[in-house]
Design a binder for this molecule. Structure first.
Ligand code: SF4
Length: 186
């Protein structure tokens, strides 16, 4: 598998915020979003067995498989091997491609038509004009609104204020913050 990076950290966003987790970032994506901050060029080849061994070196049995778009490479056999090793498997996806069976928690940050069932829908909020209509079409256990990180501190503050205001008026949505950025961890 083409792996962008692996690391141990705390899940910084969404339902499992604060959970110690092993992160497996798979390389490559089927989309090309203009604001994408993930490098799709660099990767190392790792076998499924090597991934399970690497993940199992740590105490945490929560794995976050992210990307790029993990659905491009994720296999049923890797999911089964991780379950056999005792892992709770969270996948972060754009939702446009099918995933293997049995994933414990699917976090979807929609970037196109979502074709899979999801547990947590996470939408980036950039203020008035953000299209949230997907929440009417897609069933999820949790709907989360995450202020867009523009890289501009002043603008980010305004977006955060607007996101909080929106959530207070629309309690179907929960606020999602990128706590790893606040903490200065990966
Ligand atoms: S879906 Fe995500 S990883 Fe893929 S190009 Fe868009 S932002 Fe980047």
């Amino acid at each position: 598998m083409r792996v962008n990076e692996t690391f141990l950290s705390l899940q910084g966003e969404g339902h499992y915020t604060g959970t110690p987790a092993f992160f497996l970032r798979l390389s490559g994506c089927n989309l090309q979003c203009p604001f994408c901050d993930t490098s799709h060029q660099t990767f190392m080849e790792m076998s499924e067995e090597a991934i399970v061994v690497e993940a199992s070196r740590h105490e945490s049995r929560h794995i976050v498989i992210t990307g790029g778009e993990p659905a491009l490479q994720l296999t049923q056999s890797l999911i089964d091997q991780l379950h056999e090793a005792g892992f709770f498997i969270q996948v972060e996806t754009n939702g446009t491609m099918p995933l293997p069976q049995g994933i414990d928690w699917v976090t979807c940050s929609p970037k196109g038509e979502v074709v899979i069932p999801v547990d947590e829908l996470k939408v980036l909020y950039h203020g008035e004009g953000t299209d949230l209509s997907i929440a009417e079409r897609l069933q999820a256990k949790e709907y989360r609104l995450q202020p867009l990180d523009t890289g501009d501190e002043m603008r980010n503050r305004i977006i955060l204020r607007d996101t909080i205001a929106y959530v207070l008026q629309h309690p179907k949505w929960l606020l999602s913050l990128q706590t790893h950025k606040m903490l200065g961890i990966k």
